[in-house]
Design a protein around this ligand. Sequence first.
Ligand SMILES: *[C@@H]1O[C@H](CO)[C@@H](O)[C@H](O)[C@H]1NC(C)=O
Ligand SMILES: *[C@@H]1O[C@H](CO)[C@@H](O)[C@H](O)[C@H]1NC(C)=O
Ligand SMILES: *[C@@H]1O[C@H](CO)[C@@H](O)[C@H](O)[C@H]1NC(C)=O
Ligand SMILES: *[C@@H]1O[C@H](CO)[C@@H](O)[C@H](O)[C@H]1NC(C)=O
Length: 168
Amino acid sequence: MLFITALALAATSLLHVVSVDGNVLRKCFNISGSFSIDLPNVYPESGDFDPATCNAYISSTGNNTLVIYHFPSATSRAVQFPAISYSAEYLLDGIDFDRFSGDVYISAGALPAFFTNGANLTGPSVLIRYSPCQDCVVWMSNITDLVASLEAKLGHPIGGFQDQAEDR
Ligand SMILES: *[C@@H]1O[C@H](CO)[C@@H](O)[C@H](O)[C@H]1NC(C)=O
Ligand SMILES: *[C@@H]1O[C@H](CO)[C@@H](O)[C@H](O)[C@H]1NC(C)=O
Ligand SMILES: *[C@@H]1O[C@H](CO)[C@@H](O)[C@H](O)[C@H]1NC(C)=O
Ligand SMILES: *[C@@H]1O[C@H](CO)[C@@H](O)[C@H](O)[C@H]1NC(C)=O
């Protein structure tokens, strides 16, 4: 239902404001093609896109910040997380935009998992929920102990998480 309505409107106006089931859904520009981000130290590992705000969310592994790129204005900014950004212990690697809440989930794992291709999975794991509209960290959960208890059950190491999923 939502998909058909959005498609029909996309044909007439790419910036049309529509209301579907009581939710306001702002259409973005046609963003296919390439774009460039002019910030130092960007080395993307993961990213996601919010079609309502036209924001792309990209993990900048150069210094573990979350880069928010706004397509219509072609501007970007970097969000820092306490204890994670600028820390050599972590790699900000999984970005997932949750379209139900509008928030972004970010996983930060121990850096060696990435550089050893998964051979060394020891070290901390942290999950972050960030609210772009409030520009604040909703919560940061240190899941290191949870991961350790799962490892004990499974009998082998796990880590280097690169994705998240949300239910409603
Ligand atoms: C978006 O741009 C792509 C590539 O330029 C084009 O193929 C596609 O038809 C465009 N879509 C819309 C809805 O304009
Ligand atoms: C960290 O990376 C962000 C995003 O690329 C950038 O805006 C910021 O200037 C960088 N900080 C340093 C100290 O390089
Ligand atoms: C694996 O990484 C941890 C840091 O998370 C480090 O302390 C440890 O020495 C590494 N192990 C090996 C075998 O390199
Ligand atoms: C998470 O917990 C681990 C294990 O207790 C600890 O080494 C690490 O510093 C913690 N990280 C953060 C960001 O709190």
